[in-house]
Design a protein around this ligand. Structure first.
Ligand code: MN
Length: 167
């Protein structure tokens, strides 16, 4: 992955900047993958496995970016986003939702709760960084899909096994 990935690295200022990024995600595989991708590009990563921990860490760390899973136990991502946006300290911090195909019907709600944008799971390691920075550059522009999934028909949601494993 790394050799191929090097050729894919973007060279824009934003994407070369090293950021402090908080990931709020309860799925260990996704958490591992996102952490790996971000650390590989030199970003400093902080992890929260539930919404309350995420809210606590966000206030404590004031990160440069928050990646937010929507399907979380106890407090879902909508409530987390709402809470984060009620904290004036975190006003300027982009929140990018990372959400499963099944939740995309709620994209208006994701934005209404204050998220900057959203990325569709499953995560494509080759395009994930680009998707994040596209979302940050074009707030509330809409769904950012991986190139791999763009070609897929939306009539075949069964290819996305994340719905069951997400929680
Ligand atoms: Mn989840």
């Amino acid at each position: 992955m790394s050799a191929d990935d090097t050729t894919r690295q973007q060279t824009t200022h934003e994407e070369n900047r090293k950021s402090r990024i908080l990931i709020i995600e309860d799925n260990e595989q996704n958490l591992y993958l996102i952490t790996f991708i971000l650390q590989q590009h030199g970003h400093e990563v902080f992890q929260a496995r539930d919404g309350r921990e995420g809210i606590r860490l966000a206030a404590q760390l004031e990160p440069d970016l928050i990646l937010l899973d929507i399907q979380l136990p106890e407090i879902d991502g909508y409530a987390v986003a709402r809470e984060l946006r009620s904290n004036p300290q975190l006003d300027a911090v982009p929140i990018v939702a990372v959400t499963s195909y099944a939740m995309l019907g709620d994209r208006e709600r994701i934005l209404a709760e204050g998220c900057t944008g959203y990325i569709e799971k499953p995560i494509n390691p080759d395009t994930f960084l680009t998707q994040i920075f596209e979302s940050v550059r074009n707030p509330r522009a809409g769904v950012s899909r991986s190139t791999a999934r763009t070609a897929q028909s939306h009539r075949t949601p069964e290819v996305d096994n994340d719905q069951d494993s997400d929680r």
